[in-house]
Ligand binder design. Structure first.
Ligand code: BG6
Length: 504
């Protein structure tokens, strides 16, 4: 039984929760799903945890002609349905008067004039001091319009000003290297990089952040963390859900753009990077960038061997999906990091919808022992190599499998598992990713946000893969059953390397 540590996750000192400075959070696209499911429950939990205090407000902005009351009612319903903590009447009573709503067309300057009035009134009433955090929960083709209007209305000030204006930009950040560059250029027209917070919610997950702590706050793992001891690494993000109502989005995105280019690469870079000089945003992001730069380019002649795409049976019947769609809902690939630490160690990445189990995890498969000493006289016993698994979700935790003697009068060896579970060690569910990320953006800490160069480098890496599959769409789609571990070709990808997927 692990020792229980009486400190709530994320709060190093429960008496002094990290606190946001005075500010107003403004969400564009406030009537959308993201706001109801994620952003408002996150703001609510920040309020409940004492991370935002009196000098705080949140303003929704969208086309729908809601009143302030209608907006607040919708947000309350969102918290009731999706918050990790039950809605507490007292907290809601505190939060509700701090909510406001501005309706209008994003292309109409009058919308921004009304927004400016609302913000000025909130500054006056709550002392939010002119500090603004804008959240663009809208499709990327609206970023430019909104940013330019915000600038023209004087709502974005220079980073040198006494007050701050920061902008969180939701993914997908582009759909190709070229569009990502265009988008970055457009954002840079209005904002300094220090004001730009490109969100990848995976980085806000407690267990993803713990990859750094696990590696750099313990001395015993780091010496093993390299090609001398690690045989291969597997990173899996499997979901049981299908595309649901997001068929239109998925048709133009597919799993390579939706999950691999961002979430999986973020996890890979945290696992593979060198120790940064400090935990400062730019030190950490600089090291992650170097990993992206060291990724081996997928060439047209290597992609068909190294990458398997899949589509679940039934995808083509989902709403807004073409009956002959070749958009992939599954990908598995062999990836190499060409540097001194990782040369020759394959990183196998796998992501898919409608899989057998919901699980996101990274497993480090260590080298086998050089010689087994156990077994019967003429037959050595096979000894399973050690596997260290970082379980990102669900059942967050870390396991280490190792060999042990099976009790008895001979030397039979069997694998056993040491299992650290977050809920047992710390109690309760870890905070939602968006809570941490919203709080960090309010506090101006960009460590867990993607920097421009990293976004472009990750697109640069994946672009040849996208180009290859655009030119040579897989002919066998759909090729896996809902509720399976993906197409057989994904297993073959491992078998040719004499390895198997860890299917927990
Ligand atoms: C999003 C993708 O970024 O991440 C979705 O667009 C995916 O397709 C989701 O379902 C997965 O996030 P999580 O936190 O549920 O693992």
């Amino acid at each position: 039984m692990p020792t229980r540590i009486e400190v709530p996750i994320g709060l190093p000192n429960p008496k002094q929760p990290p606190e946001a400075p005075p500010c107003v959070t403004v969400v564009f696209g406030a009537t959308g799903d993201l706001t109801r499911r994620k952003l408002m429950p996150a703001l609510y939990n920040l309020a409940a945890g004492g991370h935002v205090r009196d000098r705080f407000a949140a303003v929704g902005c969208a086309r729908r002609p809601w009143t302030r009351g209608e907006f607040a009612a919708q947000m309350r319903a969102g918290v009731e349905e999706f918050s990790r903590n039950k809605l507490d009447a007292g907290v809601w009573e505190w939060l509700e008067p701090r909510l406001d709503y501005v309706s209008g067309d994003f292309a109409d300057p009058a919308t921004y004039a009304r927004l400016a009035e609302t913000l000025a009134a909130l500054d006056e009433k709550l002392g939010t001091a002119g500090n603004r955090l804008f959240y663009l929960a809208v499709p990327p083709d609206e970023f430019g319009t909104i940013l330019r209007h915000l600038r023209d209305a004087g709502l974005i000030v220079a980073p040198t000003a006494k007050t701050f204006s920061r902008v969180i930009v939701e993914k997908p950040f582009g759909r190709s290297l070229e569009t990502a560059k265009q988008l970055n250029g457009l954002v840079a027209e209005v904002l300094d990089e220090s004001q730009t917070f490109r969100i990848d919610h995976y980085l806000g997950k407690e267990t993803v952040q713990n990859i750094m702590v696990f590696r750099f706050a313990n001395s015993m793992f780091e010496p093993l963390w390299n090609r001398k001891y690690v045989d291969h690494v597997q990173i899996t993000a499997a979901e049981t859900v299908g595309v649901g109502t997001r068929g239109k989005f998925y048709e133009s995105t597919g799993v390579l753009r939706d999950i691999v280019q961002n979430h999986l690469l973020e996890v890979l870079t945290l696992c593979a990077m060198e120790p940064p000089n400090s935990s400062d945003a730019d030190d950490v992001r600089g090291e992650k960038l170097k990993v992206l730069q060291a990724l081996r380019t997928p060439w047209a002649d290597t992609v068909p061997n190294d990458v398997v795409l899949g589509q679940y049976r039934g995808y083509r019947a989902e709403p807004d999906v073409a009956p002959d769609s070749v958009s992939p809902t599954f990908a598995a690939m062999r990836v190499f990091v060409d540097n001194w630490r990782w040369q020759g160690v394959p990183f196998y990445l796998r992501a898919g919808k409608k899989m057998a189990k919901r699980v996101t995890e990274v497993s480090f498969h260590m080298q086998p022992i050089p010689l087994s000493l156990f077994g019967s006289g003429d037959l050595c016993e096979h000894v399973e190599p050690n596997v260290l698994t970082l379980r990102i979700q669900p059942e967050e935790g870390i396991t280490l499998s190792f060999s042990s003697k099976l009790p008895g009068h001979d030397f039979t060896v069997t694998p056993v598992v040491m299992d650290m579970k977050y809920t047992e060690a710390f109690g309760g569910e870890p905070p939602e990713a968006y809570e941490r990320l919203l709080l960090d953006a309010m506090r101006g800490d960009a460590t867990l946000f993607s920097r421009r160069d990293a976004v472009e480098t990750s697109w640069q890496w994946i672009q040849p893969m996208l180009d290859y599959w655009d030119a040579n769409p897989p002919k066998d789609l759909p090729n896996y059953d809902a509720g399976s571990w993906g197409p057989e070709a994904a297993d073959r990808l491992m078998h040719v390397d004499r390895r198997v997927w860890r299917n927990p």
